[in-house]
Design a binder for this molecule. Structure first.
Ligand code: PGA
Length: 251
C-alpha cells in the first residue's frame, strides 16, 4: 500500500511573522487529530529555517519550492541543495508549472536539478502538467510523456524510488477549476504506465503520484480515493490552517 503524502506549496506567501502564525495554528490544530498521511510544508526560502525550528519535533516535514543545480558560486539569486539541507529541508519541489511557464525552466534544466537534489539527499517532488490549450487540442498524454521522460533522463532505478511525482494540470492551478477525479485518475494511471515502461512494475507500483490544482478540503476525499492518486500538492488552500488540516484529515 502506498502512503498518502499531503504537501503545501506556500508559493511567494508569508513573511516570518505569518510563518510563525500559520505553523502555530497548524501544529495545534493537528495535535488532536489522528494522522494517517505524511505532511510536508514548502515555505519560501526566507522562512525555511524559522519553519524548521517550529516543526522539527512534530510530524510535519520541510520542503523548498525550488533550487539550482550547482553547489555554490557566482549564481546570483540562486539557492543550492546543500543550503536547503542545512536549513532543514528533506524535500524540494522541482519543475512546478510556475517555474516552467514564468521562469522558462526546460525539461533539461529540471532534469539537472532532479539529479543534483538526489545526489545531495533531498527528495524531489517532480511536477508535470499540461496547459489548457494542450488539453483542448488532445495532446495531454504527449505533453506529460515528454515531461516525464525528459525530466527523468538518466535517473536510475534506485533514484526513482526517492522521487514523488505531482500531476498538476496547469489549467487547474489557482483557478478554482479542479480536474475531475476521473480526469486526474486517467493521467495518474498514464504516468504510472510510463514509469513501468521505463523502470519496472515494482517501481511503478511504489511511486507516489500526487495531484495538484485547486485541491480543497471539500474535494480532497473524492480525489484521494482514486486508485492512482496518492496525495495532494496544495497551493491556495494550504495558506489557511483550517483548510489545510481539512485536506490532511480527508487523507
Ligand atoms: P492551487 O495550487 O492549489 O492553488 O491550485 C497548486 C500548486 O500550484 O501546487
Amino acid at each position: 500500500m502506498r502512503r498518502k503524502i499531503i504537501a503545501g506549496n506556500w508559493k511567494m506567501n508569508n513573511d516570518l511573522k505569518e510563518t510563525q502564525n500559520l505553523i502555530t495554528k497548524l501544529t495545534s490544530g493537528l495535535s488532536g487529530e489522528s494522522i494517517n498521511c505524511e505532511i510536508i510544508i514548502c515555505p519560501p526560502f526566507t522562512s525555511l529555517s524559522e519553519a524548521y525550528s517550529l516543526i522539527k519535533d512534530t510530524k510535519i516535514r520541510l520542503g523548498a519550492q525550488n533550487m539550482y543545480f550547482e553547489s555554490s558560486g557566482a549564481f546570483t539569486g540562486e539557492v543550492s541543495a546543500e543550503m536547503l539541507k542545512s536549513a532543514g529541508c528533506e524535500y524540494v519541489i522541482l519543475g512546478h508549472s510556475e517555474r516552467r511557464n514564468i521562469f522558462g525552466e526546460s525539461n533539461q534544466m529540471i532534469n539537472k536539478k532532479l539529479k543534483k537534489a538526489l545526489n545531495s539527499g533531498l527528495k524531489p517532488i517532480f511536477c508535470v502538467g499540461e496547459l489548457l490549450e494542450e488539453r483542448e487540442t488532445g495532446i495531454t498524454e504527449k505533453v506529460i510523456a515528454n515531461q516525464v521522460v525528459e525530466g527523468l533522463n538518466d535517473i536510475t532505478l534506485e533514484e526513482m524510488g526517492k522521487i514523488i511525482i505531482a500531476y498538476e494540470p496547469v489549467w487547474a492551478i489557482g483557478t478554482g477549476k479542479t480536474a475531475t477525479p476521473e480526469q486526474a485518475q486517467e493521467v495518474h494511471e498514464f504516468i504510472r504506465g510510463i514509469i513501468k515502461g521505463k523502470y519496472n512494475e515494482s517501481v511503478s507500483e511504489n511511486v507516489i503520484i500526487q495531484y495538484g490544482g485547486s485541491v480543497k478540503s471539500d474535494n480532497a476525499k473524492d480525489l484521494l480515493s482514486r486508485k492512482d492518486i496518492d496525495g495532494a500538492l496544495v497551493g491556495g488552500a494550504c495558506l489557511k490552517a483550517d483548510s489545510f488540516i481539512g485536506i490532511i484529515t480527508a487523507a
